[in-house]
Design a protein around this ligand. Sequence first.
Ligand SMILES: CC(C)(COP(=O)(O)OP(=O)(O)OC[C@H]1O[C@@H](n2cnc3c(N)ncnc32)[C@H](O)[C@@H]1OP(=O)(O)O)[C@@H](O)C(=O)NCCC(=O)NCCS
Length: 166
Amino acid sequence: MTDLTDFHSYRSNPEVTKYQGFDVMTMDEAEDFINRHKDRLYGKPGEWVQYGIINNATGKLIGDCAIKLDEDDARIAVIGITISHLHQRQGFAKEVMTGVLAFLFDTKQLHRIVETMDAENTAVINLMKSVGFRLEGHFIENIFFKGKWGSEFQYAMLKREWDARK
Ligand SMILES: CC(C)(COP(=O)(O)OP(=O)(O)OC[C@H]1O[C@@H](n2cnc3c(N)ncnc32)[C@H](O)[C@@H]1OP(=O)(O)O)[C@@H](O)C(=O)NCCC(=O)NCCS
């Protein structure tokens, strides 16, 4: 809760939330979000677990990322990430994603990690390519999103692909 102001500053920015499943948040909604997520721990299939991203140099919250283990097979995970507009394009997301992949593949021995994104979200597409994800699918107008039909890409990585990159 001590990070509430920093959390709200980027979660209330329409450029940051443009391609995301949530909309801009009021301060009350940001507080409610933290309260709903703060006691969740890794390991429950079907439940998003949210992690704060801290800049080691300042100790300040600069974003968040999330992991959801597949409801039917906990060897598969879906991930997501947000970096504050104030800290983008400095390599933070790539550093975080590399850490999350090491945690899921090396520590937790998961088989497969997936990320689905709006087909216009160039930033996250480049991020996922940059950490070695492979394009699996292009879904055409598969989702009614923020008032119009949107198309999505699905990217994924298998544990053996992660191991081969090391
Ligand atoms: C996607 C996001 C997390 C990237 O964070 P970031 O810290 O700026 O990314 P990085 O600086 O680590 O860059 C990673 C790679 O993506 C590329 N990239 C980042 N932002 C980009 C942009 N706006 N346009 C094109 N490429 C971009 C970088 O050049 C880098 O590529 P490289 O490793 O080949 O040099 C950030 O833009 C964001 O939070 N966006 C809003 C939230 C969102 O849409 N999240 C995804 C939901 S699915």
